[in-house]
Write a protein that binds this ligand. Structure first.
Ligand code: SF4
Length: 254
C-alpha cells in the first residue's frame, strides 16, 4: 500500500460524516433542487434574508480552526447537485440586528482569539452585504466571505474572500474579474467520478498570486468519498495545491 493510501485510510471520514448527517436532522438539504435566485434588485443592504447565525469553528479553507460566527444568507444563483446546505428557509432581518446577534455570540471568545465572522449561503453576494461588512469591520471583526465567484458587491478592502468555483454541464462558471482581483483563496471541490470536478480548472487564476485549495467532495457515499479524498490528496501532492478537509464534519459540529 502506498504512503498516500496509508494516510487517507487513517482518516475516519465516514463514521464522522454519519454523525454529522444525523445532526442535520430534518433540514431539507438542497442537492440541486433549490430555485435559482438572481441578485436582489434595488437592495440597500438594510434588510437581509438570513437563514441562521451560529457560533462554530471555521472548518475549511485558509481560516480552518478559527472560532467564528457564521451568518448564512438565503438563496443561491446556482443549483449544484452535490450541495449539502439548506439555504431556502430565510427570514428578513435588519442589518443592525445581525451585527448585534453576531456580537452577542462572539462575546464568550477569548480576547486573544481572532474575532472571525464568515458570511456564507447560498450565495451571499446575491444581497447587498456591503453595509453588513462595513459594520462588522467597524466592530473589530475579521470578515470572510464564501462565494461561488459569479456575482460581486463592492465590499470593503479589508474583507477576505474565499471563492469556490462551480461547474454546470461540465464547464466551470467564469469568475468575475472583480472577484479575481480581490480573492484570497480559491477552493476547488474534487470528485473522482464527476468529470468537471476531477481536476483543478483554469478560472483565471493563472499568473496571479492566489492560494489554491483542493477539497474532496462529500457525495454521502463511503466508497465515493474515499476515492474523492485520495484524488484530492494526489492532486495536492502532484501539482502543489493545499489540501482542505471539511473538518467541521470530522468534529461533528455545525
Ligand atoms: S454555489 Fe454553493 S451554495 Fe450555491 S448551490 Fe452551489 S454549492 Fe450550493
Amino acid at each position: 500500500m502506498s504512503r498516500l493510501n496509508d494516510a487517507t485510510s487513517a482518516i475516519p471520514t465516514f463514521a464522522v460524516i454519519t454523525s454529522y448527517n444525523s445532526r442535520l436532522g430534518s433540514k431539507q438539504l438542497m442537492f440541486g433542487k433549490n430555485p435559482i435566485r438572481p441578485p436582489v434588485a434595488g437592495d440597500d443592504g438594510q434588510l437581509l434574508q438570513i437563514v441562521e447565525i451560529f457560533p462554530t469553528l471555521q472548518g475549511e479553507g485558509p481560516f480552518t480552526g478559527h472560532p467564528a460566527v457564521f451568518v448564512r444568507l438565503g438563496g443561491c444563483n446556482l443549483a449544484c447537485g452535490f450541495c449539502d446546505t439548506e439555504f431556502e428557509e430565510f427570514s428578513p432581518m435588519r442589518v443592525g440586528d445581525v451585527v448585534t446577534q453576531v456580537a452577542d455570540l462572539s462575546r464568550e471568545h477569548h480576547e486573544r482569539v481572532r474575532r472571525l465572522v464568515v458570511l456564507t449561503g447560498g450565495e451571499p453576494m446575491r444581497q447587498n452585504i456591503v453595509p453588513l461588512c462595513e459594520q462588522l469591520l467597524a466592530h473589530g471583526f475579521t470578515v470572510q466571505i464564501e462565494t461561488n465567484g459569479t456575482l460581486w458587491r463592492a465590499v470593503p478592502e479589508g474583507v477576505h474572500i474565499v471563492c469556490s468555483p462551480k461547474a454546470s454541464q461540465g464547464v466551470y462558471h467564469s469568475l468575475r474579474s472583480d472577484v479575481l482581483s480581490r480573492v484570497d483563496a480559491l477552493k476547488f471541490i474534487i470528485s473522482d467520478t464527476q468529470d468537471a470536478y476531477r481536476e483543478v480548472g483554469e478560472v483565471g487564476q493563472h499568473g496571479r498570486d492566489i492560494a489554491v485549495y483542493v477539497q474532496p467532495m462529500d457525495e454521502y457515499d463511503a466508497a465515493k468519498n474515499a476515492a474523492n479524498l485520495a484524488r484530492a490528496a494526489m492532486l495536492a501532492q502532484r501539482d502543489g495545491y493545499l489540501l482542505s478537509l471539511q473538518t467541521h464534519k470530522i468534529m461533528g459540529i455545525p
